[in-house]
Design a protein around this ligand. Structure first.
Ligand SMILES: Cc1ncc(COP(=O)(O)O)c(C=O)c1O
Length: 440
């Protein structure tokens, strides 16, 4: 029976269009969904950048079932349970050196806002309460909380909620169509010069007013924009020079997507906090968090011992089910060597995605690790239409993608075989070709 669709207000979805032509899935296993009528839809998006280990991984399913049979809920406010502490320790062991304090949330958006609050709390703890401005980057996406929307650089979010945002300023995007259109991996040129813009913003606002710089090492949600070589290193140098906190939003890149556990390790730059979510629990339960440099934690965790040091947290912070999923996912990442597997698959993946360059209307292809963006020329009627049509055509052709603007995102599960990747690429090509003409 077809479900009634009216009541559920879908997130980040053109509701009326969707409900006129719904695209439903009913089950999933490994790298594929099944529609209610049994059709296979290959998951070229890892769910929504989160199902790295593939759908319904038996280790994760088992661990979650076991957890539900033992402890369904325990608050983390002044009471604890072992799995949350174990998860904190395990994440701290994986983190770059020094980032060994872990705050847990339920989503990437909450994790971004948490990191921003920690930056504000740290500034106050150090007697630098004027540090309230955040520096983000054009085309950055940091979720949908007011903090994340403020520091994010997505014009649609800002258009919708502009006047209520926190104080922020923005670097320009690292995307340069003139030199990067079909670059494979990290662009060689321009990174240092782009990052030097941070010096200008510091000169404009003064370091004494800046709480933190918040960037995605690789901008995922706005179409896979790969940082040129030297960019992140120079951002780190400038932050060090002016004693600015650097926060990496690794909601997409964290836990393996770039061929190392974190982009900080893959790209060789260590920030002061790392925001994570998505792959940490393989998407099987909502979970996010922040890895924090120990000195920041220690500066905030002060004051009268009977008072909470940070006035922040969520009812479901450290939820037992999410912790069970994440602990099992960490085992899977380790035992199946998934970050290494990503590194091994990446050259083949790169060759496959760049093989789409001759499909009709492709104007740029960008990739790093198992993340790629295939940008299409917009329809004459305006930006975004071709993308929406291509996304729908892809689903009909049996492959799940997502199209910020007119860019098809290709971000397969880490457990994909080369054959899976090839089938996904073939179906994406069909979707691009299907939508090459003007809209019907
Ligand atoms: C870089 C980045 N930060 C934050 C978020 C928000 O995460 P969530 O949707 O779990 O709130 C996302 C979501 O895609 C993201 O890509």
């Amino acid at each position: 029976m077809k479900p009634a669709l009216d009541a559920y207000w879908m997130p980040y979805t053109p509701n009326r269009q969707f409900k006129a032509a719904p695209k439903l899935v009913a089950s999933a296993q490994g790298v594929a969904y099944r529609t209610p009528d049994g059709r296979e839809v290959l998951d070229a998006l890892s769910g929504l950048w989160c199902v790295g280990a593939g759908h319904r991984h038996p280790r994760i399913v088992e661990a979650m079932k076991r957890q539900l049979d033992t402890l369904d809920f325990a608050s983390s406010f002044q009471v604890g349970h072992a799995a949350a502490f174990e998860l904190g320790e395990r994440i701290a062991e994986l983190s770059p050196p020094g980032l060994d304090r872990v705050f847990l949330t339920n989503s990437g958006s909450e994790a971004v806002d948490t990191a921003m609050k920690i930056a504000l709390a740290h500034a106050r703890a150090c007697g630098q309460g004027a540090k309230q401005l955040f520096i983000g980057r054009e085309r950055g996406f940091h979720g949908v909380g007011f903090g994340g929307v403020s520091v994010g650089g997505m014009v649609n979010n800002r258009r919708a909620f502009g006047p209520v945002l926190l104080r922020s300023d923005h670097l320009r995007s690292t995307w340069d169509p003139a030199t990067q259109a079909f670059v494979r991996g990290q662009p060689e040129h321009g990174g240092v010069e782009m990052a030097d813009e941070l010096e200008r913003l510091v000169a404009l606002h003064d370091a004494s007013n800046i709480a933190a710089v918040v960037i995605e090492p690789l901008a995922g949600s706005t179409g896979v924009l790969v940082p040129p070589r030297g960019y992140l290193q120079r951002i780190r140098e400038i932050c060090d020079r002016h004693a600015l906190l650097l926060i990496f939003d690794e909601v997409i890149t964290g836990f393996g997507r770039l061929g190392a556990m974190f982009a900080a390790q893959a790209l060789g730059v260590v920030p002061d906090m790392i925001v994570f979510a998505k792959t940490v629990s393989n998407g099987a339960a909502p979970l996010g968090g922040v890895m924090v440099r120990r000195e920041l934690h220690d500066a905030v965790v002060q004051g009268p011992p009977h008072l909470a040091e940070l006035m922040h947290g969520y009812t479901c912070s450290g939820h037992p089910l999410a912790c069970a999923a994440a602990l099992a996912m960490l085992d899977v990442l380790h035992e199946e060597r998934l970050p290494q597997r990503v590194a091994e698959l990446a050259p083949r993946f790169e060759a496959l995605v760049h093989g789409l360059a001759d499909a009709p209307g492709v104007v740029s292809i960008r990739n790093l690790g198992l993340a790629a963006g295939i940008e299409l020329a917009p329809d004459a009627a305006g930006p975004g239409l071709r993308g929406t049509r291509a996304q729908a055509a892809a689903f009909d052709r049996g492959v799940l993608t997502r199209t910020p603007g007119d860019t098809l995102v290709f971000a397969p599960p880490f457990v994909s075989t080369e054959h899976d990747l090839q089938r996904m690429a073939e179906r994406l090509r069909l979707a691009i070709t299907d939508t090459a003409g003007p809209p019907a």
